[in-house]
Design a protein around this ligand. Sequence first.
Ligand code: 6CS
Length: 364
Amino acid sequence: MALSFLLVACGGDDEEGTEDTSGEDTGTEEGTDEGSEGGEEAAGDFEAQEWRFVTEELPGEVQYEYAAEFANRIDEKTGGQIEVTPYEFGGLGSEVDQAQSLQQGAVELAVMSPGFTGGQVVEGQLFSLHFLFPEDQEQTQEILNTSEALNTDLRERYEEHSITPLAYWTEGAMNWTSNNGISAPSDFEGFNMRVQESPLMREAYNAYGAEVQALSWGELYTGLDQGTVDGQENPLFFINSAGFHEVQDTLTLSSHNNYVAMTTVNTDWYNGLDDNVKSVIDETVEEMQSWVFDEQKRQNEEALTAIEEDTENATEIIELTEEDRQAFVELATPVYDFYRSEVSEVDGAILDKLEEEIAEVTGE
Ligand code: 6CS
């Protein structure tokens, strides 16, 4: 499947249409209250096209549901002329392979986790820094929506690698699962932590005394079950959905980081689109920021209940006191300086700006 998928040429757009799409939107069954003209009357403004939208998750999970909702809205707004096909994780290889597919133009759109391009877009590794974003999810999403550091400066760095992030959104606070139960940094001594392909994640966990192993999530359940790795970090909905708690004894509600996902497009493809098509994409991405926030919130809340009620796979839930948390914060903070001096190619300028923007939102 992966091969046939890659062989299909990228569906570029060379239509000459000129009409803008800043009018009224009919919405989808999920309900949208803003947007472009939409409906059958819009069909004449768009040339028939098919776009592929690859995600790192499975149907029912946040990224896939995002792509499906995006597809519905684009269909509605273009009178069915533009058909977006969401692809679930797996058919195109690992998350790293998927990122390459977008970069090479074999797919037009992707939901991408910055952790899988950490070796290429080094500045994007700032998302691996623990305790950078506020615990308050609304505030975090506000920063992701409005940050110039992310939406302008970091976007430019991704574009050097043919990836255009159109939006950043949270999939929820991350939490640790383990068998030993993590409540203090010393619990990470001799611990082998599963991470994504971001070199800075090694530093983040080395700071607590852990070693790391990079793995695709497709191999993670087995890795945890067989003890190849001792633990992992993810939002609650994903822990529940992937069943990681089935092969781990404890779940620490650590909120040590936010799982940030990016709505991305192949840069050349996007830049070559006609203005009306670009506008439909842009406004859909923008209006979906609140949709996906609600979706992840619901899924994360339901997942915690599901894990608590899963008596067949009893999981001890560990909550951190403010003092417990502070012990991790103290060890995590020096990694910011490591990022600035050893990782960043701009001496941490994007992180500096982001920290100022975070302080403006949190008032701290
Ligand atoms: O842990 C991971 O790698 C996976 N976690 C989430 C929330 N989405 C996809 C990603 O690959």
